[in-house]
Ligand binder design. Structure first.
Ligand SMILES: C[S@@+](CC[C@H](N)C(=O)[O-])C[C@H]1O[C@@H](n2cnc3c(N)ncnc32)[C@H](O)[C@@H]1O
Length: 286
């Protein structure tokens, strides 16, 4: 039992400058997430529970444990706590309008011309699933009764297992479901006896949720995607990592496919081969 374990729960632990730097570079190297000096107390408040409960006693001991043992459970716990997972239905909604009114018809028509019926969409950094389900609902509406004739699901990935565990059953509180347009809510969710809402089975079957770290050097996807959504994820990466990730995306985008990023993000005109279409929207024009 350590001194920290005996401290009251609301007591904020101390982190030294050196310890903060160790964590900062560890988190950056493993997950790409950049913690500025301003995030120091955030780091403490998010990690002190692990340190107390696992009996590490100090940030230094916790860090040494992570580095020496490469314990996947503890590393997962760290990313579960450190990642910011804020998301909601219909976020940055003009993207969804563009998706269903421009990107989807364009991509689908091009596929039809080639006699193909497989449409691949990737939602990278999907958090608790709202964005992936939005895309699915719009896709289902777009195809209508023709949907079963298409091989058109969504791959949704995130580095945090905790959020994927929420995304998979697709259950959201009444408050969370508020931002979903009523038409879509009525059509694609069912109300549960506890007052929460669940995405209907037919929709849930069309999404594959997987854990994937965008910092991996290899992106193990067999075929490129027609549309990639990676919104409000790279905002936490530095320029070098962002460039690497965008480069992977580019190689994994089908010719004339689209990349959607968050509205507060930009790729920088010089560092990408994509063509800028409108804020936060790029196309691989070929
Ligand atoms: C703020 S949420 C964005 C959710 C959604 N895309 C949106 O725009 O509403 C950012 C997500 O990116 C994930 N993330 C952060 N670093 C990542 C990485 N290196 N690889 C994969 N996902 C990552 C986080 O776990 C988090 O769920």
């Amino acid at each position: 039992m350590t001194i920290e374990n005996n401290m009251p729960k609301n007591y904020l632990m101390e982190i030294t400058g050196d310890e903060f730097d160790l964590f900062r570079s560890y988190i950056h190297q493993k997950f790409g997430i950049n913690l500025t000096d301003k995030k120091r107390s955030l780091l403490v408040s998010r990690l002190q529970k692990i340190i107390r409960e696992s009996g590490f006693g100090s940030f230094q001991n916790y860090y040494e444990y992570l580095v020496k043992n490469n314990d996947h459970g503890q590393i997962q716990e760290l990313i579960n706590r450190i990642s910011t997972n804020h998301t909601f239905f219909n976020r940055e909604k003009d993207h969804f309008e563009f998706f269903s009114q421009v990107a989807l018809p364009e991509v689908v028509n091009a596929l039809k011309k080639k006699g193909k019926k497989d449409l691949r969409i990737w939602c990278a950094g999907c958090s608790t699933g709202e964005e992936a389900y939005m895309l699915l609902m719009l896709m289902d509406e777009f195809f209508g009764s023709d949907y079963p004739n298409w091989n058109a699901g969504i791959l949704a990935t995130d580095i945090s297992q905790r959020v994927l565990d929420i995304a998979l059953p697709g259950i959201y509180s009444e408050e969370k479901i508020q931002s979903l347009p009523t038409r879509l809510r009525n059509k694609y969710t069912s109300k549960l006896s506890d007052g929460n809402y669940q995405m209907i089975d037919r929709l849930r079957k069309e999404v594959t949720f997987r854990k994937f770290n965008l910092m991996n050097s290899v992106y193990p996807f067999k075929n490129p995607f027609h549309i990639i959504f990676c919104r409000n994820v790279m905002i936490y990466f530095d320029e070098i990592d962002r460039k690497k990730v965008v480069n992977h995306f580019y190689h994994l985008t089908e010719p004339n496919g689209y990349l959607f990023i968050g509205h507060s993000e930009t790729l920088g005109r010089k560092q990408q081969a994509y063509t800028y279409i409108q804020p936060a929207l790029y196309k691989k024009v070929i």
